[in-house]
Design a protein around this ligand. Structure first.
Ligand code: B12
Length: 215
């Protein structure tokens, strides 16, 4: 059994690293029901991490990364229903989530949104490359408890800071708790820019929001 689980997991990682959409979809189908949706997401994420390393080293190019990203998105879409079934429901609070302006990376942010929805939060996912004003409008309109800001680039991390500064300028900072994430983001950076929390991945993000909401 453990051997089978390890093979399924490895096949998922390899399909993403090989930037193979069909293989990713068939391997997700094979893994469904045998390993948990969370384990499937973790394996696909591990593959994307390796794709990032190979891209950085010049072993893979942007078109490959785009296919891998598409494969990951399709794989995650297949198990969204399973994920919902494994998690608790209820209306625990309102979250606005998006990727900051200048940054189009949205795979991780969308996983965080899905996991929070499954954990019983109402999530307004405002998308990627989102202007600061749009975040503020969404927070105001939805009377949001938590604002989640994703950034995958060292350049767009600065924009997370700018969103917090704008919330302060507009007198809105006390109304909403801000959490930040994305591969280059750290707890130290969250502390530095005055965010209320940071988490490394989507499962930790759910725990973080529960903690902030006192759940
Ligand atoms: C896929 C990808 C792309 C895809 C994105 C597709 C999409 N729809 O998202 C495409 C091909 C479009 C792309 C484009 C570019 N990319 Co790119 N990309 C990646 C790659 C390989 C993987 C990112 C990913 O999806 N990871 C998988 C997910 C599941 O993980 P994650 O995003 O980290 O999310 C998890 C956690 O971080 C956390 N989390 C995420 N968000 C949030 C938010 C909150 C609130 C919380 C609490 C938690 C949280 O939870 C998530 C789930 O567990 C990374 C490499 C890397 N190591 O990150 C490069 C990377 C981010 N890209 C990079 C670059 C340079 C670019 C481009 C500029 C390339 C170019 N020359 O055009 C453009 C960007 C254009 C722009 N303006 O944004 C660089 C950034 C370097 C830097 N400056 O910091 C990286 C690091 C690659 C590299 N090593 O050079 N990219």
């Amino acid at each position: 059994m453990n051997g089978q689980v390890e093979t399924l997991r490895k096949n998922l990682v390899d399909a993403i690293v090989e930037c193979d959409l069909d293989k990713t979809v068939s391997n997700v189908e094979a893994a469904r029901g045998v390993i948990t949706p969370q384990e499937i997401i973790d394996a696909l994420s591990e593959g994307m991490h390796e794709v990032g390393i190979r891209f950085e080293r010049g072993k893979l190019f942007l078109p490959h990364v785009m296919v891998a990203a598409n494969a990951m998105t399709s794989g995650v879409a297949l198990i969204e229903g399973d994920l919902a079934a494994t998690m608790s429901g209820g209306n625990r609070g309102h979250v606005v989530m998006g990727t900051v302006e200048g940054d189009v990376h949205d795979i991780g942010k969308s996983i965080v949104s899905t996991m929070l929805q499954c954990a019983g939060y109402e999530v307004n996912d405002v998308g990627r490359d989102v202007p600061t004003a749009t975040f503020l409008d969404a927070v105001k309109e939805g009377n949001a408890d938590v604002l989640g800001l994703s950034a995958l680039m060292t350049t767009s991390m600065q924009t997370q800071k700018e969103v917090i500064e704008t919330l302060i300028e507009k007198g809105m900072r006390k109304d909403v708790m801000v959490i930040i994430g994305g591969a280059p983001v750290t707890q130290a950076y969250a502390d530095k820019i005055g965010a209320d929390g940071y988490s490394e991945n989507a499962s930790e993000a759910v725990k973080l929001v529960h903690k902030l909401m006192g759940i």
